[in-house]
Design a protein around this ligand. Structure first.
Ligand code: FE2
Ligand code: FE2
Length: 296
């Protein structure tokens, strides 16, 4: 197939059902990451696919905005953001793994997590050229940690892959995409959507802040749960690494990334909260989907 000669008929993206829309969006975003072996790399910027992506994103964004509950006040910013994130209720998957999950249920969680964790931090990297000054420097510092702080084997995505293999799960990128609930794709698509749109850079940073601020305690619970179940130490180690790392990252994300972003661009304050809400909202939907699936 010759690049640029691809004939792509535009399906009615907005009319597809929710699951098909999320699968299509996930596949379209993947063209911007590792792509697919049997898909022409030039399709990444094919105008018809970009039009379809735009349609799908419009529906997705409307769903996210409809669920968003704005904070009542936004001063002082950092404390308000921490309190706002902590105040969004939802089921805790990590607490369930810590106390109640069976081995199979814990493996389901790892399969679900693998879709993002094997490209951990990548969607946030899109935001680096979209912010500036002290916030950019702090974001690069945070991402440097995620990418192993100079040591390839310490990349968080690599640690997760090692953990999967040690649990006798498939560490290949995307191996479980067909097996996980659609909410996993929603979460991934939320990250990619915010990261790829300069318009939503404030929300991308709010998402990052919520992600980091809701990671340290759950990482401890996950590590305890995996050890309770006798699952591979390599997987527990991945979570051990996040107990302290994300306690640092949440401070970086809120005080040194989001705070300077909104100091420079006060018009982005609501977007930061929208991104933070969306992170917790999509995490809650994923947790509920897994819990419901096990209860069925
Ligand atoms: Fe990480
Ligand atoms: Fe982190």
């Amino acid at each position: 197939m010759v690049s640029g000669e691809v004939d792509v008929a535009l399906p009615a993206g907005a009319d597809a059902d929710h699951e098909d829309r999320q699968i299509a969006l996930w596949a379209l975003y993947e063209l911007h990451y590792g792509g697919f072996e049997d898909v022409d790399d030039d399709l990444e910027w094919h105008p018809t696919l970009l039009t379809l992506r735009h349609q799908l994103e419009g529906v997705f964004l409307a769903e996210l905005r409809e669920r968003y509950v704005a904070p009542e006040s936004t001063e002082p910013f950092a404390e308000q953001l921490f309190a706002y994130i902590a105040g969004i209720d939802g089921p805790s998957l990590a607490r369930f793994v810590q106390r109640n999950a069976t081995r199979d249920q814990a493996l389901d969680v790892l399969r679900a997590r693998s879709v993002y964790q094997l490209k951990e931090a990548d969607p946030t990297t899109w935001a680096i050229p979209r912010i500036s000054g002290a916030a950019k420097v702090a974001l690069v510092e945070l991402q440097y940690d995620e990418y192993g702080a100079g040591v390839p084997d310490k990349q968080h995505s690599h640690l997760f892959a090692q953990g999967l293999a040690a649990c006798r799960l498939d560490p290949a990128y995307g191996a479980y995409v067909d097996d996980v609930p659609v909410e996993v794709l929603e979460l991934n698509n939320g990250l990619s959507f915010l990261g790829l749109h300069r318009r939503w850079r404030g929300a991308a940073m709010g998402f990052l802040a919520a992600f980091e601020a809701t990671s340290s305690l759950p990482a401890r619970q996950m590590a305890q749960g995996l050890r309770r179940l006798g699952l591979a130490e390599e997987m527990a180690y991945y979570y051990d690494e996040h107990i302290e790392a994300d306690a640092v990252h949440e401070q970086l994300a809120v005080r040194q990334i989001c705070a300077p972003v909104v100091a420079e661009h006060p018009e982005l304050v609501d977007d930061v909260f929208f991104g933070a809400f969306t992170c917790v909202d999509l995490e809650n939907r994923l947790a509920q989907a897994l819990l419901d699936g096990w209860a069925a």
